[in-house]
Write a protein that binds this ligand. Structure first.
Ligand SMILES: Nc1ncnc2c1ncn2[C@@H]1O[C@H](COP(=O)(O)OP(=O)(O)O)[C@@H](O)[C@H]1O
Ligand SMILES: Cc1ncsc1CCOP(=O)(O)O
Ligand SMILES: [Mg+2]
Length: 279
């Protein structure tokens, strides 16, 4: 896509980056206890406000005060089936966007039962690694070809192998789907974008994917689902690339990465988006 052909998308991304900092949307998050702190801190870094909950009775009131909801199924506790289902239901009933990260989709009966219960609520954005996107499409029965293998929380598939699954998921939800990897793919039923760049050091910290979902939920509080997913992808590539330095250790990288997310400069994001969003 020539530079002028993607100006609309670049402008939408830059506006979302600015609007999150101006509007500071509250995002209610239901996420795992491995990466919960990184999720909250990255949400704050890009301008959002974070609130993490666990209990079923908090689902409705949290959705009510939030601009969007983030649901991540990483570490499920006994109350998760009820709590996360009610959180998705509340978001939909209130007409607010919600983002799903189907971590380790396919692992165990509880996770499968929960993800199946969430299907009817059609997430505004689904964000997962390639194997999770494939596994979710299989689990939801919207893709007949059985393929893909999630190893714990890790992907064993290429982003391109998940493209058709992502498209089927987008047809079901009517929303956006983001497949993360060396090059991300962000799509809805009408548009497909590839976002290049970033740093492979994101693979060396836990929660890069989880926090990307949480940040997409911040942008979903100020922009449409496709723009939100695209903006999350671009700022993760941009901030991780700036953070990584030869020879640096993984925890210093995590700190530098969150710092760079908090210091996003709209002009620089614009320049980066122009050269890293491809169709
Ligand atoms: N090899 C890579 N090079 C650059 N960025 C990467 C690479 N692998 C993953 N990423 C980035 O890391 C973040 C998390 O993606 P991923 O590792 O696929 O998710 P998960 O942690 O859920 O498995 C995304 O922003 C993605 O673009
Ligand atoms: C290690 C781990 N185990 C259960 S959830 C989780 C975090 C996964 O985070 P991410 O998918 O962002 O790497
Ligand atoms: Mg993940």
């Amino acid at each position: 896509m020539p530079a002028e052909g993607k100006m609309k998308e670049v402008t939408s991304v830059v506006n979302a980056v600015k609007d999150a900092k101006i509007q500071c949307p509250l995002v209610g998050s239901w996420t795992n206890f491995v990466t919960i702190n990184l999720v909250a801190n990255t949400q704050l870094a890009v301008g959002g406000r974070a609130a993490m909950c666990f209990l079923p009775d908090e689902a409705k009131p949290l959705a009510f005060v939030s601009k969007s909801t983030y649901i991540n199924v990483g570490t499920l506790q006994p109350v998760a089936l009820q709590a996360l289902t009610e959180a998705a239901k509340a978001a939909v009933e209130l007409g607010k966007p919600w983002v799903l990260d189907p971590v380790a989709a396919g692992l165990g009966d509880t996770r499968t039962q929960l993800l199946n219960a969430l299907k009817q609520y059609k997430p505004s954005v689904i964000r997962g690694n390639a194997s999770e996107i494939i596994a979710l499409a299989n689990l939801w029965g919207i893709q007949t070809e059985k393929k893909g293998k999630v190893e714990g929380v890790d992907s064993t598939d290429t982003v391109d192998a998940a493209l058709s699954s992502a498209l089927e998921l987008a047809k079901w939800t009517g929303g956006a789907v983001a497949i993360s990897g060396e090059t991300d793919i962000v799509l809805d039923i009408n548009n497909t974008y590839r976002i290049s760049g970033g740093s492979a050091m994101l693979k060396s910290i836990t929660g890069a994917g989880c926090s990307l979902g949480g940040v997409i939920a911040v942008y979903a509080g100020v922009a449409d689902p496709l723009t939100a997913a695209l903006t999350g992808s671009v700022v993760y590539k941009y901030a991780s690339e700036r953070a990584a330095k030869k020879g640096m250790g993984t925890f210093s990288f995590q700190t530098a990465f969150v710092d760079n997310l908090s210091l996003l400069n709209a002009d620089e994001v614009e320049k980066y988006a122009k050269s890293h969003i491809n169709s």
